[in-house]
Design a protein around this ligand. Structure first.
Ligand code: F6R
Length: 606
């Protein structure tokens, strides 16, 4: 949901900013813009569409002179995606340029007030009020104007403010913002991906804080303008991790990275054959005090939670529900100190997930977050954090983010079952051995399906695709269907196979495509019956089954095989060919795979 960048140094700012925007483009790609200055005039360019359009009209930034600047890539919330609504936005006197990620919730009132004071608005955005407020409160000191403006804003924002006197500010309230510390130059950005080409030393701003940057200094202030000491953190991954590395798309690269990401997430947490979490240390009393688990998340992260629910209930014999964060937050949920809330988020910045988490925490739940982005809001707010070490995920559609979330949930379920005295040693050891083997199994799931492009070609013209499965298979169907619809724009939906007869089967007709997941062996025969039923109504069936399963060959029209793992880990191997299938279908259909229409990666607005 919008990416912002800022730079101050002794070289030209615009090329640095545009490069940063390219790295943040996954956050939104409706328009892009930069404003730069040397102290004096502010030079600005902004344009609808991708960052490459901005790059073209400015000759990679060479046309814009100035060594201090801010930049923005937009996912439109207020106002159509066009040149005028593109950021930066200027104050009427041209003194301030502003870029913004988030939503100023009281913008309508502020706009009314400012209009009453004679300010003219050029755009339909909520952001423009910030530029005019800065002008209103400017009395010769830009820092004071920033503080007074912040005091008027409600909602969520990370803001970059460039003042024509050459001062540069970054402000944060409930939206990610990270400062990068260079040598003779300093930066800010919505995500470390834009900082790592320049520096690995970063400061994570907290809500209510703002910073002033010069080429030689970064000063962080609290809401009252008092300087605060902030720890400097070191980013652990290299710039290559956030580049395509020879792949046509980030999504394909990220699918292929999954064996390594699984290993990075799991291996460091197995010590002498035991699962150990670095930041999850409940006493026995606390553990036995938990009487239910709620998993909350959005989108794919919630589907990872669905897998986790089946496994945790099976192994830990504790009631687990999965709640969409956007629903949970407004549902007056029944929660107390005996509830363990598991929050799952790749970005750690999803607005609904954060809100649901705050709501449940306020009611006494103990919060464990499973998060990928270090230093993110969810990681900061949780009582315990288990990081998924997937590295930067750039493609909008998550792949390695999801599988590493499932990996952590698997480990957590085994860990809790053991602590609760519900797992025999033999089974524990077998599952831990199987965890070690999983990177190889994920690789095998990739290798077995090298020719999945053929199936994608065959099925890419369908208008609707139904995914069916039972138990863990059903949980994986949800993710398979989401992957397909979000990047190929084919209607795809997951159905519990046993529910077909209660309505959905009415949709099945001659030529319909049903993708049937049949890896959950205890219910294999039931799923076979469902396959028969849809075939009897003319559907073509593409099945996903375990290697060696022969019966499926006589029932399905085509089969995707996945390796046989410990049953609780099957979903991880199963989802990989579904990701690949979605990828190749989208490719056949000429879709913009890494930047699907209407989407953005980090959903920092409600
Ligand atoms: C789909 C996808 C989204 C995210 C969802 C939550 O491919 O990526 O559905 O899973 O927006 O995002 P995070 O995990 O960042 O909270």
């Amino acid at each position: 949901m919008c990416g912002i960048v800022g730079f101050t140094g002794t070289r030209e700012a615009a090329p640095v900013l545009i490069d940063g925007l390219r790295r943040l483009e996954y956050r939104g790609y409706d328009s892009a813009g930069v404003a730069v200055s040397d102290g004096g005039t502010v030079n600005m360019a902004k344009v609808k569409g991708y960052v490459k359009n901005l790059s073209e009209i400015t000759h990679d930034g060479a046309d814009l002179k100035g060594r201090i600047g801010i930049g923005h890539t937009r996912w439109a919330t207020h106002g159509a995606p066009n040149d005028v609504n593109a950021h930066p936005h200027l104050s009427s006197d041209g003194r301030f340029a502003v870029v913004h990620n988030g939503i100023i919730e009281n913008y309508a009132l502020l706009r009314q007030e400012l209009t009453g004071r004679g300010y003219k608005f050029a755009s339909d955005t909520d952001t423009e009020v910030v530029a005019h407020l800065l002008e209103l409160y400017y009395d010769g000191d830009a820092k004071r104007a920033v503080m007074r403006t912040a005091a008027r804003l409600e909602g969520s924002y990370s803001l970059g403010v460039l003042c024509s006197d050459g001062r540069l500010f970054a402000m944060r309230e409930q939206s990610p913002l990270i400062l990068g510390l260079g040598v003779g130059e300093n930066y800010f950005a919505s995500d470390v991906a834009a900082l790592v080409p320049h520096t690995k030393n970063v400061i994570y701003l907290d809500d209510g804080e703002f910073a002033e940057l010069t080429p030689d200094s970064v000063t962080v202030y609290d809401v009252l303008g008092r300087a605060v000491e902030k720890p400097v953190s070191r980013v652990t991954w290299d710039v290559e991790a956030a580049e395509k590395g020879g792949y046509e798309h980030f999504m394909l690269k990220e699918i292929m990275e999954q064996p390594a990401c699984f290993k990075a997430t799991v291996e460091p947490r197995i010590k002498d054959g035991r699962i150990v979490f670095e930041n999850f240390d409940l006493t026995d009393e606390e553990l036995h005090g938990i009487n239910r688990v709620i998993i909350t998340a959005c989108g794919s992260a919630s589907y990872a939670g669905q897998v986790g629910r089946y496994i945790m209930e099976e192994l830990c014999r504790i009631p687990v529900s999965v709640e969409l964060a956007s629903e949970l937050r407004y549902r007056n949920p029944i929660i107390d100190k005996h509830t363990m809330l598991i929050v799952i988020s790749q970005s750690g910045e999803t607005a609904d997930t954060i809100a649901a988490m705050r709501e449940c925490k306020a009611r006494g739940a103990r919060v464990l977050a499973i998060v990928n982005v270090v230093g993110s809001t969810i990681a900061k707010l949780a009582d315990h954090v288990i990081y998924t070490w997937a590295g930067p995920e750039i493609a909008v559609a998550t792949t390695k983010g999801y599988t590493t979330q499932v990996a952590v949930l698997d480990m957590l379920a085994i860990y809790l079952a053991d602590r609760l005295g519900l797992m025999e040693k033999e089974r524990y050891d077998r599952l831990v051995d199987a965890l070690h083997a999983m990177p190889g199994q994920i690789q095998r799931a990739i290798d077995l399906n090298r020719n999945i492009g053929r199936l994608a070609k065959k099925f890419c013209r369908h208008n609707a695709i139904y995914f069916i499965g039972r138990n863990l298979d059903y949980a994986v169907c949800m993710e398979g269907a989401l992957k397909l619809k979000e990047i190929s724009y084919i209607f795809a939906e997951a159905y519990a196979a046993g529910e077909l007869k209660h309505g959905t089967i009415a949709l099945v007709e001659e030529g319909s495509l049903v993708i049937a997941l049949a890896c959950y062996e205890p219910l294999f025969d039931k799923t076979m019956s469902n396959i028969e039923e849809v075939k009897a109504r003319g559907a073509e069936v593409l099945a996903v089954a375990l290697e060696g399963s022969r019966k499926i060959l006589s029932k399905a029209d085509d089969v995707i095989f996945v390796p046989r793992t410990e049953p609780v880990f099957n979903p991880i191997a199963q989802v990989v060919p579904l990701q690949l299938f979605a990828y190749y279908v989208a490719r056949e259909r000429g879709c913009d795979i890494d930047k699907p229409k209407n989407l953005a990666k980090s959903v920092t607005v409600e």
